[in-house]
Design a protein around this ligand. Structure first.
Ligand code: ZN
Ligand code: FE
Length: 263
């Protein structure tokens, strides 16, 4: 896959919401697109502060902390397209998309392709283009979403789609869970030197009130135990934690996920 990068005039800004959500806002000097607006208020404040008009809303999955702001944003910006998963279960969606569909955002000269990523929820999708991945709650830095609806096999398959993207793909995750995830990752891979260095960096970012996101695929392949559960080091760690070796890659992934749930 070739990377064509984000147009120079487009910035991507994390609008903080609730306690640990980021609502990613892609914007140029006049127009904005937001991803997963769980709350309308901080989005409206950001748009107002920067004199931006809302051009579209992208939705990755049905959870309220990703969709709760749709109604108010649409009532303040009538006719704004709301693009998200098919199924008619999310109120306010005006355009349903599925695997391989293309999302055009002409005001920002952006085009994303839709990647279906069931696991955290069954409806979960991600938006990929211009070297950027908006992955919702499927992938976090050093972690992945909890399996509320999907199976370990589905989630592993979804994460493997991300692993096949170019290493320099910038990954815009929707929660600041990094430090807790890193603490777990270090328990799984105590000898991972890159993980230790990343841990120090993440602590410094948080101590200075900076986000640890976005991240990139290369970093995640080096530090994220959920992208590394096929490796022998992690499989040995799983065997000593659970008292039995994983029988295959799905079993290993499921073992890491279950270990994190109990961590
Ligand atoms: Zn969620
Ligand atoms: Fe969430």
């Amino acid at each position: 896959m070739t990377q064509d990068f984000m147009p120079e005039e487009v910035s991507v800004f994390p609008i903080p919401a609730f306690t640990d959500n980021y609502i990613w806002c892609l914007h140029n000097a006049s127009h904005a697109v937001v991803v997963d607006p769980g709350d309308a208020q901080p989005v409206m404040a950001f748009l107002k502060q920067h004199s931006l008009s809302l051009a579209a809303i992208l939705i990755t999955h049905h959870h309220h902390d990703h969709t709760g702001g749709i109604a108010r944003l649409v009532s303040a910006n009538p006719n704004v397209p709301v693009i998200g998963p098919r199924g008619n279960h999310i109120r306010g969606i005006t355009k349903s998309v599925s695997q391989g569909d293309t999302v055009h955002l002409p005001v920002l000269s952006l085009t994303f392709s839709v990647i279906e990523t069931p696991g955290h929820t069954l409806d979960h999708i991600a938006f990929y283009g211009h070297g950027a991945l908006f992955c919702g709650d499927t992938l976090f830095s050093a972690g992945c979403g909890r399996l509320f609806e999907g199976s370990p096999e589905q989630m592993l398959h979804s994460l493997n789609k991300f692993k096949r993207l170019p290493d320099d793909t910038i990954v815009y995750c929707t929660h600041e869970y990094t430090q807790a995830n890193v603490a777990f990752a270090k328990a799984v891979e105590p000898d991972n030197a890159e993980l230790q260095a990343y841990s120090d960096w993440a602590d410094a970012q948080r101590n200075n009130d900076n986000p640890t996101l976005p991240t990139d695929i290369k970093t995640q392949k080096a530090i994220n135990p959920f992208l590394r559960s096929h490796l022998s080091g992690i499989q040995e760690s799983l065997a000593s934690h659970w008292g039995k070796s994983p029988v295959n890659d799905v079993d290993a992934f499921a073992g890491v996920r279950r270990w994190k749930d109990e961590f």
